[in-house]
Design a protein around this ligand. Structure first.
Ligand code: ADP
Length: 157
């Protein structure tokens, strides 16, 4: 078996929101992505500034829930993460489940742990462009660690 560094590695931005942290779901959520076979390349536990929250959710600026969303995301610490792996953007979205936890499938994070759209536990980038934007909004390049897990040959050909 050979280990080869992937040339174009896909990365996504995930954030465990203040409700996920308060409900002690941090370990369980990280466990799911680790067990799936994705690679953690960046992580920080942090309070989110209003400026960062407004930038991150800028696309929703005109929506009625925007102020509440910003209040909520700045209300307590979050776990901001970058995960790497083939197909990680779409796969993480599937693992997270639909925006509204009540309609999210059982087996997904929101489907298993949530009941309210405004308390849906985790954020995940929805497409390659947003993933790239969000990774660079939340992390400096030097905060990301490129590494080759020794299990890689057991996870992919
Ligand atoms: P997702 O997080 O699944 O990508 P969106 O980008 O549509 O979903 O929305 C961003 C976040 O805004 C959601 O995760 C949720 O926390 C919040 N949100 C979306 N729609 C509503 C709503 N109708 N009421 C309250 N909060 C909402």
């Amino acid at each position: 078996m050979t280990t080869q560094r992937n040339i174009a590695v896909e990365r996504t931005f995930l954030a465990i929101k203040p409700d996920g942290v308060q409900r002690s779901l941090v370990g369980e959520i990280i466990r799911r992505f680790e067990a799936k076979g994705f690679t953690l390349v960046g992580m920080k536990f942090m309070k989110v500034s209003r400026e960062l929250a407004e930038q991150h959710y800028g696309v929703h600026r005109e929506r009625p829930f925007f102020q509440g969303l910003v209040e909520f995301i700045t209300s307590g610490p979050v776990v901001a993460m970058v995960w790497e792996g083939d197909g990680v953007i779409a796969s993480a979205r599937k693992m997270i489940g639909a925006t509204n936890p009540l309609t999210a499938e059982p087996g997904t994070i929101r489907g298993d742990y949530g009941v309210n759209i405004g308390r849906n536990i985790i954020h995940g980038s929805d497409a390659p462009e947003t993933a790239q934007q969000e990774v660079s909004l939340w992390f400096k390049e030097e905060e990301l660690a490129s590494w080759e897990p020794s299990l890689t040959p057991w996870i992919k050909e």
